[in-house]
Each structure stands twice: as C-alpha cells, then as structure tokens.
Design a protein around this ligand. Structure first.
Ligand SMILES: [Fe+2]
Length: 265
C-alpha cells in the first residue's frame, strides 16, 4: 500500500498565486471596454495556469510518494524486518481511523494519509541506533535501552524536515507515549498525545505481540487481544483500543491468517 501524497506548502503558494491570477482576470472583466483585450488575454492564460498548477501538484505528489518509498526501502536495507510489519500496521491504522472518523469529522482524508505514512515509517529513527544494540540477543542494559528509545526522536528529526510531513513527524515522535503518561519521549498523557500516535501505539504493539522473532514465537491472536484490552486506559487510549479490537474480532480468521508464520500458510 503506497500512500498518496498531499499538497505541500510550496504548491499551496502556487495555487494561491494562480487563484489571484484568475481573480485578477475576473476583476478586469468588470473594468470596462478599454480593458476588454487585456481581459481576454488573461482569460486565455487562466486555463494554462490551472494546468501548470495541476502538473506541479502531480509532480509534488510523486516526489512525496517517492520519498516515502525510499525511506521504506532504507528500513528494509537496514534489515529491521519492517516491510510486512509496516504495511500491516498502515492498513490497520487506516481502518481504525476510518471507524473513528465516523464520529469525528476532524479526521479528514489528509489527516488519515498522514497517519498512514506515520504507520509505515514509525520506526525510521532506528536507522540511527547502532546494529549491535538493535540486534542484541540478550537483555538490554539501561544505557542500551535509553539509546533505542531515542528512535522516536530521531524519526521526528528526519521527517519534520520534509514539507507536508509536519503532522506525520509528530505522530512518529509520540508513538511510544503511554495513555497514563508513563511513556516516552515526553511523558504526554491522554489527549495530550496526538490521536495518530495513539493509534500507531495500539496497532504497533499488537503486531509486535503476534509477530514471530528469531528468539521467540508470536503470541496467539486471542492472547494479544486480551493483552491490548488489559492495557486499555494505562498504555493505550481505551477508545482506540476498543475500536481496534472490534476490527480484529470481526475479521479474526483473516487476521490469524495474516499473522501466521510463513511456513504455516
Ligand atoms: Fe517504535
């Protein structure tokens, strides 16, 4: 699932410029016969300006998508095992957002696209964590744990530089905050945590529970659901957790098939 791109600041500026050109052309039409010729020239130029804006928008959208894909490939090259994990996360996050959007008009399409990208790239900051810590078999020391926990800030640092990714970068920054204020990096609580980050937190944790790792087998889906429910109100936003669990419950067979080890399919 490759997210579609959104209009960036530069493009918005161009759209405003084109809009003022069209408005000027309309103003000229009202200025009297002496300006009829100039007005007609401007009118002829308006569709061309609109076409130019459309092409610029398409180009910006393609660049935006290419950046997201490049980051995703970078994660795969780093062997973070994120390919399937991230794609599944993005699908679930968008489903949860779709359900919540039925009760909250503020979750418009652009917001949901930002969430989808955040779910895909939530662990991009792990690129900045040394491999010997990321791939360590045994338990982590407190120092190593502190370094790994930096990944959400690293992710924010990377993504916030891209026009149009400001909101996505905040979802990434806060995807390890806990609803009760005990998470990281900012120890935000409840509504202080951006909703997109609260959604990523639930789907990320669930997927981590059911995924197989070299050093342990994934949990059965039912057990992972029980743990999400138990952590609703402490680690997770209860509204998001209940919404996600309802989705999983309604598609139990598909979720079990999607999360089963490859050799069992
Ligand atoms: Fe993470």
């Amino acid at each position: 699932m490759v997210p579609t791109a959104q209009t960036g600041t530069a493009c918005a500026r161009r759209i405003r410029r084109a809009a003022s050109t069209i408005a000027a052309s309309r103003g000229s039409q009202r200025s009297g016969p002496a300006l009829l010729e100039a007005s007609s020239n401007t009118q002829a130029a308006a569709p061309q300006a609109a076409l130019r804006v459309k092409r610029l928008e398409e180009r910006l959208a393609a660049q935006h998508t290419a950046v997201i894909c490049a980051f995703n490939q970078l994660l795969d090259l780093k062997d973070l095992g994120t390919g399937l994990h991230s794609t599944r996360l993005a699908e679930w996050a968008v489903r949860v957002a779709g359900h919540l959007a039925q009760q909250d008009e503020a979750l418009e399409e652009e917001w949901r696209r930002d969430l989808e990208v955040a779910a895909l790239l939530h662990d991009i900051g792990k690129i900045g964590v040394p491999d010997h810590i990321l791939n360590k078999d045994g338990p982590l020391t407190p120092e190593e744990r502190a370094i790994i926990q930096k990944h959400s800030e690293y992710g924010w640092t990377i993504l916030r530089n891209f026009p149009g990714m400001e909101r996505t970068s905040l979802f990434v920054l806060h995807h390890h905050e806990n609803y009760d204020g005990t998470g990281y990096p900012a120890r935000l609580a409840e509504e202080e945590i951006p909703l997109g980050a609260r959604i990523v937190a639930v789907v990320d944790s669930f997927d981590a529970m059911v995924s197989n790792r070299p050093y342990r087998a994934g949990l059965p889906v039912q057990e992972a659901m029980r743990r999400v429910e138990a952590a609703a109100g402490t680690q997770f936003d209860p509204r998001v957790a209940q919404c996600f669990l309802a989705i999983v419950q309604s598609e139990l067979a598909e979720v079990q098939a999607a999360t089963a080890p490859l050799d069992m399919r």
